[in-house]
Design a protein around this ligand. Structure first.
Ligand code: ATR
Length: 276
């Protein structure tokens, strides 16, 4: 008999997580199964109880529950606590333990396009929300010491920088300021919703001043190629899309649940197939 795993969120109907996790189970000859569960915010507490009754062994958590689930867990690991959000829950004999694999998933994916080691780069993060926090703190925890944050609301970037528990040389900037000094960065990471459907032609920052070796990274994966990444390619810069982050965060969840590493390539191909 296999185990049940899943995803809670609202909406979840178009999630690609069931496809990639179920493909991974199949490839490992496991009879386990991954199911998406639509849970409205008002149903969170009862929903979690129901999942426990089903003896679910683990589940992912997506919008809008990543923060609000924390009080319903028995334990939250250090990284998830620091990020303030949970995207993965492991059921250990009835005890629910929260993790966050977003930051590590992102960094694993980014490393596939970097030519030097992680802490030899100067980073600019655009945005100061939950995704920016996960990426910023993960980079900082891995010894990156040169990370600036720019944001529409500069105060929010300032708070992110101030609250960082690691020793980092960081500045909070306006987007305009960062844009004018873009040559200072080796990697630019975009984490806001600018460029998402329906405003797909919008771009968060102009790339004229970017250094020729600069990596432009967008955590969005739908569309695969945002306007920001199109602009990067037009300038001959390295464009890194959000598919890798999505796949790697999923693979890290899978490993927490099963102790097994899924095939990243299979998962990646499924995402590209589905996104066309
Ligand atoms: P997530 O968890 O996906 O990171 P979030 O926590 O809501 O989402 O954060 C949204 C981020 O996108 C913030 O940095 C936000 O900027 P503000 O702090 O100024 O609100 C940014 N953002 C959202 N809409 C934006 C827009 N139209 N232009 C520029 N930045 C925007």
């Amino acid at each position: 008999m296999g185990n049940v795993y899943g995803l809670i969120g609202c909406p979840v109907a178009h999630s690609m997580s069931p496809s990639i996790h179920n493909a991974a189970f199949l490839e490992l000859n496991s009879q386990s199964y991954y199911q998406a569960f639509h849970l409205d915010p008002t149903e969170l507490k009862e929903g979690i109880k129901a999942l426990k009754l089903l003896n679910i062994k683990g589940f992912n958590v997506t919008i809008p529950h990543k923060v609000s689930i924390l009080p319903f867990l028995d334990e939250v690991d250090k990284t998830a606590k620091l990020i303030g959000a949970v995207n993965t829950v492991v059921n250990e004999n009835g005890r629910l333990i929260g993790y966050n694999t977003d930051g590590n998933g992102y960094v694993e994916s980014l490393q596939t396009v970097l030519t030097k080691s992680l802490n030899e780069h100067r980073y600019l993060i655009i945005g100061a929300g939950g995704a920016a926090r996960a990426i910023y703190y993960t980079l900082a925890s891995k010894g990156c010491s040169d990370i600036d944050v720019c944001n529409r609301t500069i105060e929010n970037a300032g708070m992110l920088v101030q609250q960082c528990p690691y020793e980092v040389n960081s500045k909070a900037l306006s987007i305009k300021d960062a844009q004018e000094h873009l040559e200072n960065y080796d990697v630019v990471i975009h984490t806001t919703s600018v460029g998402l459907h329906p405003n797909v032609s919008a771009s968060p920052i102009k790339l004229e001043k970017a250094a020729t070796h600069c990596v432009i990274s967008d955590i969005v994966y739908n569309p695969i190629k945002t306007t920001l990444l199109k602009n990067a390619e037009e300038r001959g810069l390295i464009a890194h899309n959000g598919v890798g982050m999505f796949v790697h965060q999923a693979a890290l969840s899978f490993e927490l649940w099963t102790g097994q590493k899924p095939n990243i390539k299979t998962m990646t191909n499924i995402v590209y197939d589905k996104l066309g």
